[in-house]
Design a protein around this ligand. Structure first.
Ligand code: HEC
Ligand code: HEC
Length: 222
C-alpha cells in the first residue's frame, strides 16, 4: 500500500447517529441519547487518576467492554469489533479521537480521559486479543454486488477481501455491517476531508445502496 498522508485538519465533530442501531432506542435521536448516557456512565465510572496512580491495561480496557464487547469482540451491530487490530493503528485512531481529528459521536469524549501512555497500553492490550468475525446470515446477491465494487474501487488498499490490515488501515472483513456502513456514510458526508483522499474520491461516488452492499460484502468475509 502506498504511503498515506493521514493527518487532516481538525473539524467539529458532527453528532451522527447509527443508521442500523436497533433495539429500545431505534429512533436516531433516541440512540444518540442512549450512547451519550452510556458514555457519561463510562466516563464517571473511570476511577479518577490521582498523582502516582498507575491504571493497569486490564483496568483501562475493561471500560471499553460495555460497548465493544468482551475482549473487543463486539456483540452489537453499531459497535465495531476492535480486537486484533494493529497496535499502531489503534494508537493513531484513539489519539485522533482524543484530539478531534477523527469525527465521532462518543469516542472523542471518552479518549480525553486518557494519557498518551495509557492509550499505548490500551492499544497493546486490544492488539493482543484474537479477532472474532460476526456470524450473521449472508445475502449472496448483495455480497456479490459489494464484491464487484470492492474489486474496482477498494481492493488496492483493503486487500484479501478486507482481511489485510496494517498500522494505517483496519481490518474490514468480518466487521459488523452496520458499523462499516456508518463509517462509510461518515466518510462520504465529510467529502474530501475524509482521509485518505484516494478513498474519499471513491466513496463520494457511491450511492447509499452501494455503501450498504460493500458493508454487507465485508461482513460476509470471515
Ligand atoms: C459508550 C460506548 C463506547 C465506549 C465505552 C467505547 N467506545 Fe469505542 N466506539 C464507540 C462508537 C459509537 C464508535 C464509532 C465512533 C463514534 O461515533 O464515536 C467507536 C469507535 C471505536 C474505534 C474505531 C474502530 C475502527 O474500525 O476504526 C476504536 C478503535 C474504539 N472505538 C476503541 C475504544 C476503546 C479502546 C475504548 C475504551 C477505552 C472504547 N472504544 C470505549 C463506542 C464506545
Ligand atoms: C488509497 C487507499 C485506500 C482506498 C482506495 C480505500 N481505502 Fe478505506 N481506508 C484506507 C485507510 C488508510 C483507512 C484508515 C483511515 C483512518 O485512519 O481513519 C481506511 C479506512 C476504511 C474504513 C474504516 C473507517 C472507520 O472509520 O472505521 C472503511 C470501512 C473503509 N476504509 C472502506 C473502504 C471502501 C469501501 C473503499 C472503496 C470504495 C476504500 N475503503 C478505499 C485506505 C483506503
Amino acid at each position: 500500500m502506498p504511503a498515506i498522508l493521514r493527518r487532516r485538519p481538525p473539524q467539529a465533530a458532527e453528532p451522527r447517529t447509527h443508521p442500523d442501531a436497533a433495539g429500545p432506542a431505534a429512533s436516531p435521536t433516541g440512540s444518540l441519547m442512549l450512547l451519550t448516557l452510556l458514555a457519561l456512565a463510562v466516563i464517571l465510572s473511570i476511577p479518577a487518576a490521582r498523582a502516582g496512580d498507575v491504571r493497569s491495561a486490564d483496568m483501562l480496557a475493561h471500560t471499553c467492554a460495555g460497548c465493544h464487547g468482551t475482549d473487543g469482540a463486539s456483540a452489537g451491530a453499531a459497535m465495531p469489533s476492535i480486537a486484533g487490530f494493529d497496535k499502531g493503528y489503534l494508537v493513531t485512531v484513539l489519539t485522533d479521537y482524543k484530539t478531534g481529528l477523527r469525527p465521532s459521536t462518543i469516542m472523542g469524549r471518552i479518549m480525553r480521559g486518557y494519557t498518551d501512555q495509557e492509550i499505548a497500553a490500551i492499544a497493546g492490550w486490544f492488539a493482543a486479543r484474537p479477532w472474532v468475525s460476526t456470524d450473521r446470515p449472508v445475502d449472496g446477491q448483495i455480497a456479490h454486488q459489494g464484491e464487484q465494487i470492492h474489486e474496482r474501487a477498494c481492493a488496492t488498499c483493503h486487500a484479501d477481501g478486507g482481511r489485510d490490515q496494517d498500522q494505517a488501515s483496519p481490518r474490514l472483513a468480518g466487521q459488523w455491517a452496520p458499523y462499516t456502513r456508518y463509517a462509510l456514510e461518515t466518510c462520504r458526508a465529510q467529502g474530501m476531508r475524509c482521509q485518505p483522499r484516494k478513498m474519499a474520491e471513491r466513496v463520494l461516488e457511491l450511492s447509499d445502496a452501494e455503501l450498504a452492499a460493500l458493508a454487507h460484502y465485508y461482513e460476509s468475509q470471515k
